[in-house]
Write a protein of this length. Sequence first.
Length: 318
Amino acid sequence: MLTYATLDDFKIAKQIKDVKPPNIAADKLQNADDKIIDYLVRATRFINRFTRREFFPWRETRRFAVPHRYLDLSMRRFTQADLYFDHDLLQVNSLTNGNGDALYEGTDYFLMESNMWPKNAVQLKFPNFWGGGYNLSILSRSFDEPVIIVDGIWGYHDIFGRQNEAWIDTYHTVNPSLIDASTRLIKVGDFDEKDALNMTKYTIGNLIKIDDEYMEVVETKLGTDPDTDPNTIKVIRGIRGTTAVAHTDTTSKIYKWRVVDDITEACYQIAKTWRESDTSAGGRLGVSDYSAGVEIGIPADPLNTIKMYQRSMIAINN
């Protein structure tokens, strides 16, 4: 599972990255890493539940009833009401009206709010309306009770539209190794180069994108095997609602997702607190006034941080 803070994020924050205690067996070190990852997974799930948001993007086709307003005294569908989403929207791939017509951004509708991300609603442009089209020659209209279909990229990022803020350019392309629909080993050029933010290009747990396909990095620097190029990563293909396909365009770039910084920090702070209170994971009794067997709460600082990202539960379309 993808986590908002990676194992490397955690170790860097704790200043234990590349620290190898002497006389500790490799299996015990791996077990310690697995414990950290387990706490990062739990922290990520807690943040999702608490904020009612997801901070990784995913692709999904979602369906909505025609919105209406209480100001429509007949309580029938108000065909030009704004359509509000039940999840954060980052990008529309297609929007289909209830009668099957394709609607196009800028021509038929606007996404709200115009200069902010994520988007939360669709506002139609006159004379479009939900479910059908006007017959302007006789000034009449007809519409059914449709389902509006939105194929989009969903998830939260507050500066999604700005270059190298959400999707970070790794400066790598599919070249020199073309990728078919099933391979899990990808050559990525010089592994030790930095990305557009001058950070390590790939770490285990990264979400990367090639064309429209999302992948999770599960192994890096596979060059310990003499038959493997040292600049190779292993991935899980076609995740988060996308499909594994062949990538044959050597100009296709490889991008890496950057989780909102506040959420990354909150994730490893929560995981750190839980781990330090778990003696089976190398924690110490009495750390932060916690002891074994005591239910561990969420520290105030990360809890206050994620409170700022809670999504409203107000039902707007009905």
